[in-house]
Ligand binder design. Structure first.
Ligand SMILES: Nc1ncnc2c1ncn2[C@@H]1O[C@H](COP(=O)(O)OP(=O)(O)OP(=O)(O)O)[C@@H](O)[C@H]1O
Ligand SMILES: [Mg+2]
Length: 270
């Protein structure tokens, strides 16, 4: 059965620009149609958040994004009783609201959240698709239009923060990485306004710096930083200054490493 339905898709000015690197758009659409939860993994600044907002807009779905942090508990997602004018009233959290109304709920950096978040997510991400609200005694059934998307960066997490297999194995997963050279040039140029001929050496430099990941630097240069760098140059800043501020300083605080990265940069950017 071909469930891919282009009629579902919109492409207009309201849709955030996104250049695909593989079959991720089709996977997303299919997962949404078949009511399957989706997990995106990949390094910082490679386009995960942009992808989700692009797909939500293309499918015309409301998007609720929650940036998870180490203090985020299940009740921050489900909701809580609050005192309002002397009365105690239940207020839905973003996940509950999404389940009631339909649309996409996107939990960014899910591994950061507290352990009790898994308890809430598990019944919602298997074939039950339910959200039990312990405090109110309600059990919500997710409507067909509800989709849960989560993302995390497997690179710099310590092992204690890795997702448990029982959580991971509830999702269709897409491994994100940086775009191939020519597509990354198109993206950085489109986002910053700097012409492709001037963007090309920046992308080449980023690819060289990415090869040093794990040796001297924790994470490779992100597409986000490349966009920043190209924006500085597009505003008239000399390339070397922009490279130092946007591609080298954010990567390391170590003077030795910085000097080594500057050498690599000086060989590429004249
Ligand atoms: N495929 C792409 N198409 C269009 N723009 C992209 C793409 N990939 C990256 N970008 C650009 O890079 C920027 C950073 O991407 P985004 O914020 O989606 O990264 P992320 O993977 O969510 O990072 P983090 O893990 O740090 O949250 C975007 O704002 C956009 O300018
Ligand atoms: Mg993000």
């Amino acid at each position: 059965m071909n469930i891919f339905n282009p009629a579902l898709l919109r492409a207009d000015a309201d849709v955030p620009a996104y250049v695909p690197k593989g079959n991720e758009c089709r996977l997303f659409e299919t997962a949404w149609v078949r009511q399957l939860p989706l997990l995106l993994k990949g390094p910082t600044g490679c386009g995960k958040t942009r992808f989700v907002s692009h797909m939500a807009a293309r499918l015309g779905l409301p998007l609720a994004t929650v940036s998870c942090h180490d203090d985020l508990a299940a009740s921050d997602l489900t909701g809580r009783f609050l005192l309002k004018g002397g009365e105690t009233v239940w207020v839905d959290g973003p996940l509950t609201k999404s389940v009631r109304d339909g649309g996409i709920c996107y939990l960014d950096e899910i591994v950061e959240a507290r352990k009790d978040v898994a308890v809430v997510i598990h019944p919602l991400t298997d074939d039950r698709r339910i959200l039990p609200l312990e405090r109110t005694g309600e059990t919500l059934e997710a409507p067909p239009g509800f989709m849960l998307v989560v993302s995390y960066n497997p690179g710099y997490q310590n092992i204690l923060k890795a997702l448990k297999p029982s959580t991971k194995q509830r999702f269709i997963a897409i491994d994100f990485d940086f775009l191939p050279r020519d597509q990354e040039i198109v993206v950085v140029s489109g986002e910053s306004g700097l012409d492709e001929a001037h963007v090309a050496p920046l992308v080449d430099l980023a690819r060289k710096l990415r090869a040093l990941k794990g040796q001297d630097i924790e994470e490779g240069v992100s597409t986000r930083l490349l966009v920043y760098c190209a924006s500085l140059i597009d505003s008239g800043m000399p390339a070397r200054e922009a490279v130092l501020a946007a591609l080298i300083e954010p990567l390391t605080d170590e003077p030795d490493v910085k000097a080594a990265l500057r050498e690599v940069a000086n060989a590429v950017i004249v």
